[in-house]
Each structure stands twice: as structure tokens, then as C-alpha cells.
Ligand binder design. Structure first.
Ligand SMILES: *Cc1c(COP(=O)(O)O)cnc(C)c1O
Length: 341
């Protein structure tokens, strides 16, 4: 099957799709696998990363509903919020971002993604970690305030991760099918896709996309926060919602079988790094000229190398690491990295 299902919802083109699939020969040889990287850090320059794939569908929906302002949320250095702010501005919409910070009276320095949010003209609402946990209330309050000003708000959930956003990586799986066809062994050779999981939408889209595109592939997600049970539930819910909403009736999905989470690599916590993770990021940069990010791809890559060091066959012969972007999150870590350089 080469075509996306007829139930594919409308999409606004925002992403530089057709990203390269490149071999990582030196690192692959060290790890003992045939290793490739899907360069979704190249979906754009300022739009770099996985979020723009999801936003193509979410912005189409926002427009169809007549929205003039999108709201979304994330950490202070959220890649998703940066992509949302830039896409909004490109489409002539406004954006309001709920960003998490320990003390809203002392917001973090304007650097990395936050600098780009500000350049794009996003309104920023700082929220505490407690408020963030109850963000449905903050979204309701901010939406109400916007309506009172005569504006039409549209809420994009954390990470753009819902049944609609999942289409970004359903589409990417069809793209991967074409990439794999060009490799030795073709698309029929069993492949393991490895990605970072933060809000679960990328993993959910890939899991469904692999089935719809009839790829012989496992999707292994390395969680960068929370735990395995949380992600099995979150990814399971997105997959099940998408199957219902878009009537993917001939597709069988089972959480316990299809959602593979490699827990154990959260380390010091979300967006916090361990020296060994940063050292690997440096080593990959020096071996391959490939830049990972400290919050997501660096941790997922670290997890992948640990699994393969313990058992070279843990992920099969052919492995595709999905590089989901995040480069701007590296710059606020410059000081922490300096001693490793
Ligand atoms: C958001 C993000 C992820 C995680 O994707 P989810 O769909 O939220 O699980 C991975 N890598 C980067 C760079 C991200 O910004």
C-alpha cells in the first residue's frame, strides 16, 4: 500500500517533508547494527523537529473552525511551543503559550526556543508546575479571556499529541516506507524504529503508520519523563482514539503488544542531563557530524546504545533512529557542556 488512507484529515503544508534517511556507519559499526537516522530535525530550519508534522493537521483544523488564536503549552524550552508560535505567525494567526517555570515572577532567560517564541510574537503566560498539572483550567481561563476580546481560540494539546496530531507520523511512516525501499534488503526487511517519547504523539503515529503502510517494523520508544505505564496508557489512548475517529476498522491494535516502551533512561528527570548523556551527544557529533538534543534525542540515543551494549540483537539487524529535532534546546546547556568539550 502506497497511499494514505482515505480518512486522512485536511492538512496545511508547513513541513519540509521528504527528510533524508542517512546511514550512521561509524556509530552503527561500534554498536553492531545497520544503523540509519531519519532526519526529522530537517523538517525546517526554525520549524526543525517532529512537531511541525503534527501541526500541519492541527492548524488545518484550527483554520476550519475559524480560529484566530492558538493556545498551547509546554516547558520553558518547549520545541512544540516554538513550532506552534512560528506556524501561527506564518498563517496569520496569533499564539498564546502556557510555559512552565518554577517561579513565574522570575521567568527564565530569553534564549534557545524561548527567544524564537518571542521573535515570533507569541503571548507568553508563565505557569507554575502545579498550575501546569491542572492546565485544562488555565486553558479554559485563557480561552474565556480571548473570547471576551472577540477572538476565536483553538487549543492545541501538549506536544500536539492527540488523534488528529498523530496523522503527522502516520504520514511519516509512508515516507519511511519509500526511504526503506531504497536500502539493501528493501522495505520488506524487518526494521526497528527508535524514537524519544515526551507526550506520545510521535510514537502513536508511527505505530499506526507502520500498520497502515504495512511495514515490517517495531516501534520502540524511549521515554524522557514519567514511566512506562504512563506512556503505554497515553500512547494507547491516542492510537485507540485515532482508530475510532478515523474508522481504521481493518487495523488491529493492542496496547500490551504494540506499545513498546524502553523505560530506565529518564535519568535526572525531564530536561535534566547526566554527564554520560551529554558525553554521548558530544561523541555522536564528533563521530558522525550529527547533533542530538539534550532533552529528547540525546536521551533516546543514549538509551538505544545502552540496550545494544547489553544485547547487540535487542533491536534486530536494521535500526532507524528517528531524529525528532530539538537543536535549540542545546544552547541553554552550553555552560553545562563546556567541561566536556
Ligand atoms: C516533543 C519532542 C519529542 C517527543 O515527541 P512526542 O510526540 O511528544 O512524544 C521528541 N523529540 C523532540 C526534539 C521533541 O521536541
Amino acid at each position: 500500500m502506497n497511499h494514505l488512507p482515505v480518512s486522512e484529515p485536511p492538512r496545511v503544508p508547513l513541513c519540509r517533508a521528504g527528510t533524508p534517511l542517512e546511514p550512521l556507519r561509524r556509530v552503527g559499526e561500534t554498536l553492531g547494527v545497520e544503523l540509519y537516522v531519519k532526519r526529522d530535525d530537517m523538517t525546517g530550519v526554525e520549524l526543525s523537529g517532529n512537531k511541525v508534522r503534527k501541526l500541519e493537521y492541527l492548524f488545518a483544523d484550527a483554520r476550519a473552525k475559524g480560529a484566530d488564536t492558538v493556545l498551547s503549552c509546554g516547558g520553558a524550552q518547549s520545541n512544540h511551543c516554538r513550532a506552534t508560535a512560528l506556524c501561527a505567525t506564518r498563517l496569520g494567526l496569533r499564539s498564546r503559550l502556557l510555559l512552565r517555570t518554577p517561579d513565574p515572577t522570575h521567568p527564565p532567560a530569553i534564549e534557545g526556543n524561548l527567544l524564537l517564541d518571542r521573535l515570533a510574537g507569541a503571548d507568553i503566560v508563565w505557569v507554575t508546575p502545579d498550575e501546569y498539572r491542572a492546565r485544562a483550567q488555565v486553558f479554559a481561563r485563557e480561552s474565556q479571556a480571548l473570547k471576551q476580546e472577540g477572538r476565536v481560540p483553538y487549543v492545541i494539546p501538549e506536544g500536539g499529541s492527540n488523534d488528529l496530531g498523530a496523522w503527522g507520523y502516520i504520514r511519516a511512516a509512508f515516507e519511511l516506507r519509500r526511504d526503506l525501499e531504497a536500502l539493501p534488503g528493501g522495505a520488506g526487511k524487518p526494521t526497528t524504529l527508535v524514537c524519544a517519547a515526551g507526550s506520545g504523539g510521535t510514537s502513536a503515529g508511527l505505530i499506526l503508520g507502520v500498520k497502515l503502510a504495512r511495514l515490517d517494523a517495531r516501534v520502540v520508544s524511549v521515554n524522557v519523563c514519567d514511566d512506562r505505564a504512563t506512556f503505554v496508557r497515553a500512547i494507547g489512548e491516542i492510537c485507540e482514539a485515532a482508530i475510532r475517529t478515523y474508522r481504521m476498522t481493518d487495523l488491529t491494535f493492542d496496547r500490551a503488544r504494540d506499545v513498546e516502551i524502553q523505560d530506565g533512561f529518564v535519568g535526572r528527570g525531564y530536561a535534566l542531563s547526566r554527564p554520560e548523556e551529554l558525553a554521548l551527544l558530544r561523541d555522536v557529533a564528533r563521530a558522525e557530524g550529527l547533533i542530538l538534543d539534550p532533552v529528547y534525542t540525546g536521551k533516546a540515543f543514549y538509551g538505544m546504545t545502552q540496550l545494544l551494549a547489553a544485547d547487540r540483537r535487542a533491536l534486530g539487524e536494521r535500526v532507524v533512529f528517528v531524529h525528532t529535532g530539538g537543536i535549540f534546546g542545546l544552547f541553554p546547556k552550553a555552560e553545562e557542556m563546556a567541561e566536556l568539550l
